[in-house]
Design a binder for this molecule. Sequence first.
Ligand code: AMP
Length: 631
Amino acid sequence: MEFAAFAERVERLEAEPADLETTAIVADLLVAAGDDLETATRFLLGRTYPAHDDRTLDVGPASCREAIARAAGPNVTADDVEARLAERGEIGAVAADFDFGGQRGLSAFGDGSDPLSIAEVDDTLRELAAAAGEGSESRKVDALFGLFNRCDPAEARTLARLVLGEMRIGVGEGTVRDAVAEAFLAAVDDESDGSEEAAVDDESDGSEEAAVDDESDGSEEAAVDDESDENGDANRASDGAYAAVERALQVTNDYGRVARLAREEGMEGLDAERIRIGRPVQAMLAQAGSAADAVESFGEVAVEAKFDGARVQVHYAPGPDGFGPRLYSRNMDDVTDALPEIVEFVADRVDVPVVLDGEIVAVDDDGSPLPFQEVLRRFRRKHDVDRMREAVTCRIHAFDCLLAGGDSDGGGEDGDGAPDDLLREPLRARHDRLVDVLPEAAADLRVVDDVEAVERIESAALEEGHEGVMLKDPTSAYTPGDRGRDWLKRKPDVETLDAVVVGAEWGEGRRAELFGTFLLAVRDGDGYEPIGKVATGLTDEELADLTERLEPHVVAESGTELRIRPEVVLEVGYEEIQTSPTYGSGYALRFPRFVGVREDKSAEDVDALERVARLAENGAGPADDASLDSR
Ligand code: AMP
């Protein structure tokens, strides 16, 4: 696919306000992508690599500006580009402003007159991602310059955004998921057995080619319009098709691969995808909930301590041709090298292939848990690992088992020689496998059916220094990336803070007209000191309301950031208060969340730094009744 054709659709997506149309345009793009389907799918999400792969382009905004300046000609400097960025607020718009191509002949790509293909862009981005060592920064700028030099304005806009990983076209993962189902599985009726085969075969024996050709000579417009005019729902796939795409995405974390599988192998191919050692899946997440919620919804409740540490997924296949152990963070970054004692612990004890889910905690000499901040001193460390290993001891609490071999040959219990993918097994069964493979680190799981029993376990967990308890449905499957109701987290309530807004950042994509992030401050003497930024917990309506309230108080604007006179007071929740050099207050809220606007309060009434210090000191402890009543 030519990069210009991709960029043209990206522009159309950006201009398209309705979600239904967006999905139709994305579906159309996926069909038109032909051999470049995987790349086009990833590009749409601003990615060169799948989400499970932690390689990055590692191109900073300065290098991107430099490459744009060079492609724009001898009269344009990187400073000019930066100045333009301050005006336009967004690198894509800046890149589209310049007239590129004047530097032909200087480009690394011959005379640069060939149209750029999406595959070429992908190859170049991958090459520059791999560039390392001395001079790599300037090689990256060279390579980018070569690309920009061949771009028309629409291509340049798309390329600049892609390089910096922010497409700003309102196409999220959900849209791509739906579009994959609608592009390649819409004809599949999951009720009528056998018809998938036919539908899929139809598509994969060459007819895409035809479709692509048809479309690329100008008829895309018509194709998209047709669909949307007649009926926005005309291309809806069956619920089973959406679910199959969703599940395959959960297991692979690779939108490109899933799009290709859907096109070439249909539902069956998607369904056959399995969790694999070395390819981390997203962590299953929890919602807040109470013991009563859990008993009411699950009947029997599996209760475990909520360990206060950092999430980790362990992938290990023992043996000479094995793999790992390697450890991945909640964002699927490889953090193995920072935690050698966990690697040794697993390698010494596990003798079958496994994927385990757990929490790394820092412990004192008696093995009691230390606060979360201690683990952070270890978790992503690249230097001084050995010294820090001496200073902060870490251990792993494993609480789930996503894949396991069980026989002496490493195969699973079904005797097929391959380790078992346990994602769809119930929690109880997964926990049994966990106890089989790594009893020394398996979290205690107690199944109870009344609120008092949950509360007793919670008290004991708090007593032992844990953060609270997790309440899980013992019959539930492991759904990667899902923050559903199968896992509930129960922590002692924390007191909220009242803080004043002293800054904001414009939102992105669809929210570009609204403030999206708010810098909060507490009182310190006669002034205010920032303690964190809140961006979660806000609906579009609330954002619009806050934007309207705050706009009259803006005192300065630079790029996307605004300085705001302290007037508007917000109540915020948070999970913890940490000491932090990031903010002037010396503290930072961990996971701050918007609770409400305190109309009744003015800036002078916000909480004082002393209270923040006291809460931090007490581990932002349980709320007393008075503070709850004061809401
Ligand atoms: P939170 O970070 O407050 O959203 O709580 C969810 C996190 O608690 C998970 O992502 C895990 O990192 C962590 N956690 C600690 N203990 C457990 C456990 N027993 N089961 C699942 N998650 C746990």
